[in-house]
Design a protein around this ligand. Structure first.
Ligand code: I6G
Length: 743
């Protein structure tokens, strides 16, 4: 499709052209995942349409892509009566092949088919673990989106649904005059993980699972919050349809048509013949389940022929012609036996739940992550609790919460099966208010005032420091938790066996000691991650390696062994800043290592430096100073430095440098954004640094000034939001001279 401007200058014609172009490209991007133009070009077309609509609001149509904008916070949702009820689907809980056979046998019996009759044709699809939605299109334009509710009446969530890029605001092709599309809104697993990671970093409550996160987003009264939760949609059916002259006579034909209208329909759908076809699909999807980018809880089979569907009809509120064939649940209940702490490759300490073995999502799980201490406490997980474990895809199993005592009562009384307990528990957890909504004061539900899970004699909340006695379980070094950080860490970076591989890889890296030939595979063998005992326990062991010990390693030819020995020998002559950087002290990157080397001039002076002395170094703040101090406070780390020196690693030292007298911008961070009239970004930043200031990359409360040029974007907005003075180029020039802003 062309993107260029039409020769015609009539704004109405151009607006229509732009709408069509933008719909086309949004479909390529969101639905087909195959964009034809760069994002910037899409933005340009979008801005052109926005400008036309601004100039003449009469050009603004409901299906305009500009109308995906975020609307007002709603006082509540308006009920929507479904013209065709949104039914539920019968569930086949026998997760074996028998489940499919039973459904086929039932269909054949209802249709009075005999063994002599041919197999029934079915459509087999995925059953997404999301939230059912009905989208109403009139004359091809999305006019309403509603949740299922009780099946008769749902809620109008149009405002939130409009922000989902995958849902077309206008259908393409020969869509009928009235078409209600039924489908499932869901959150991809990667989006869910990212969302929870963000929640974790912000110290906020995480979501139980993608379905819970998606449901919370759809039912958000504030569309701005909804828009920040990345949702997806798949269409699988229809409700009211009017004027569809050539409606296909099969389920698969209708799905194909929905796809042609621009709706996302899952590619994982087949027309299967009889029970054998269904079983094959069920098995194939079961094997692929972990690799799908979203959660499914089963597959759905539907009789393909719409006339046969009609003959089969409905029983209570479920079609007789469809069934959901489940897979093993991805969430299960078990008992928390203990909480251990694991040391990660970078020293991060993670609480790990030791569990009564439980079958989840197709495998037996005995361990699950609790992520960090804060999250463990927020979820109020304690030893002895019944907990819900989630295992989905290839991510590490995690504890999503404690089984609320209300649900636990049924569990203990044996009144309910495992499925019922799990469902009840998840219902209670899911009913808890959306954390973002609580934070922003728009929660629909009330926050419980008391902890409903407490009972006399329940163990204390998890305390990581106490559990470890303040020492790393792998090496005994002090554990530390920096201010504002959610994670505890081991401070024995050079000595800790859990961090060995990372420490060696970093030490050998190009910008540190530059030891060529020490790649991932070789280091793994050297530090003993395979079967062999470790040849390298700490960094100085690298310089004890000999030809005979190297040449026996996998993927190590004689020549490579000789080259590696030479690279090791050559690396011994280095610089102080490379050596400091190579130690892998947290927060000490290359630039800080250079500043430290220039300032102290010797390793011994650095090792002995107090936090106050460290704070004198250009760009070293309290967090970095404390991290350096903690590192050298660990005797093992200092020993490693000594042994490296003893092994022959050398560098030139000097007296240390007197810091230049502070410039007018000393201690101030200035951020440059947009295009300045005469200076390039680099020149402006050089001016700032020359005046003793720091050229920052992002705007925060700590930013002293923002220098804004043409087309400054979000950084300028942030500065205005935070009330940070905004300067132009001339004002910057005055500032670096005098430290003051010209009036
Ligand atoms: O909840 C559902 C998920 C998937 C469905 C469904 C479906 O088809 C792929 N189909 C129907 C007819 C219903 N619920 C009622």
């Amino acid at each position: 499709m062309p993107t260029s401007s039409s020769k015609k200058t009539d704004p109405a014609v151009r607006a229509a052209e732009l709408r069509a172009l933008l719909h086309h490209h949004a479909h390529r991007y969101y639905v087909l995942d195959a964009p034809e133009i760069p994002d910037a070009e899409y933005d340009r077309l979008f801005a052109e349409l926005q400008a036309l609509e601004e100039a003449d609001p009469g050009l603004r149509t409901p299906d305009s892509p500009t109308q995906r904008v975020i609307g007002q916070v709603l006082p509540g949702f308006v009920p929507v009566r479904h013209r065709v009820p949104m039914l539920s689907i019968r569930t086949e809980t026998d997760t074996t092949a028998e489940g499919a056979r039973a459904f086929d046998a039932r269909v054949r019996r209802e249709l009075a088919l005999t063994e002599a009759d041919p197999p029934v044709a079915y459509v087999a699809e995925l059953k997404f673990d999301g939230l059912a939605l009905s989208l109403r299109y009139e004359a091809g334009v999305l006019v309403q989106a509603a949740t299922r509710g009780d099946g008769e009446t749902g809620e109008d969530v149009t405002q939130n649904i409009r922000t989902i890029g995958q849902i077309p605001l206008r259908l393409t092709g020969d869509a009928p005059p009235v078409l209600e599309v039924r489908g499932e809104v869901y959150m991809r697993r990667d989006a869910f993980e990212r969302l929870n990671e963000r929640q974790r970093e912000a110290g906020e409550k995480t979501f139980v699972n993608p379905r819970n996160a998606a449901a919370g987003a759809v039912r958000q009264l504030d569309p701005a919050i909804a828009a920040r939760r990345p949702l997806s949609f798949f269409a699988y059916g229809w409700g009211e349809v009017a004027g569809w002259e050539d409606m296909p006579p099969t389920q698969s034909g209708v799905l194909d048509a929905l796809q042609r209208f621009g709706l996302p329909v899952s590619a994982e759908r087949v027309v299967a013949q009889g029970a054998d076809g269904l079983i094959e699909f069920h098995a194939r999807i079961a094997a692929a389940r972990d690799t799908l980018p979203f959660d499914i809880d089963g597959v759905v089979y539907k009789v393909n022929d719409l006339a046969l569907q009609q003959r089969l009809g409905y029983v209570t509120r479920e079609p007789r012609w469809a069934v959901a064939h489940k897979y093993p649940a991805q969430e299960q209940v078990t008992t928390l036996r203990d909480i251990d702490v694991q040391v990660g490759r970078t020293g991060k300490l993670t609480p790990v739940a030791r569990l009564e073995p439980v079958f989840v999502g197709g495998t037996t799980v005995t361990n699950a992550t609790l992520h960090n201490e804060d999250e463990t406490r927020r979820k109020d997980v304690r030893v002895g609790d019944r907990v819900i474990v989630r295992r989905a895809g290839d991510v590490i199993p995690e504890i999503v919460g404690v089984v609320p005592r209300a649900a636990l009562a049924a569990d203990q009384a044996g009144a309910a099966g495992a499925d019922a307990v799990r469902e009840a528990a998840l219902d209670v957890l899911e009913a808890q208010p959306d954390p973002a909504a609580v934070a922003e004061g728009t929660a629909v539900e009330a926050v419980p005032a008391v902890n409903p899970n407490d009972y006399p004699g329940r163990p204390e909340p998890f305390d990581l420091y106490k559990k470890l006695g303040g020492r790393c379980p792998a090496c005994g070094s002090d554990i530390v938790r920096e201010e504002g950080e959610v994670n505890w860490r081991c401070s024995g970076g050079l000595f800790c066996p859990a961090q060995r591989k990372e420490a060696v890889l970093h030490f050998a890296s190009r910008r540190a000691m530059d030891i060529e030939g020490l790649g991932d595979r070789i280091v793994e063998q050297l530090v003993g991650e395979g079967d062999a005992p470790p040849l390298v326990r700490t960094l100085p062991d690298l310089y004890k390696l000999g030809f005979t010990s190297l040449v026996v390693l996998e993927r190590m030819a004689e020549k490579s062994a000789q080259n590696l020995l030479k690279a090791l020998e050559d690396s011994k002559k280095t610089t102080l800043s490379r050596f400091i950087y190579g130690l892998g002290i947290r927060h000490v990157g290359e630039r800080t290592a250079r500043d430290l080397a220039a300032h102290f001039g010797s390793m011994d002076r650095l090792i002995a430096a107090s936090e106050e002395a460290l704070l004198q170094v250009h760009d070293v703040g309290p967090v970095v100073a404390q991290s350096i101090r903690t590192f050298f406070d660990q005797p093992h780390n200092v020993e490693v430095v000594e042994q490296l020196r003893a092994a022959g690693v050398t560098w030139e030292e000097h007296e240390g440098r007197q810091e230049a007298p502070p410039g007018p911008l000393a201690g101030k961070t200035v951020v440059v954004t947009g295009t300045l009239p005469t200076l390039t970004r680099e020149q402006a930043e050089a001016l700032i640094e020359g005046a003793g200031g720091k050229a920052g990359k992002s705007v925060s409360k700590k930013t002293a000034y923002v220098v804004a040029g043409a087309e400054a974007g979000s950084k300028l907005m942030k500065a205005q939001e935070l009330n940070i003075p905004v300067l132009n180029e001339d004002e910057l020039k005055a500032l670096v001279e005098t430290g003051d802003v010209k009036e």
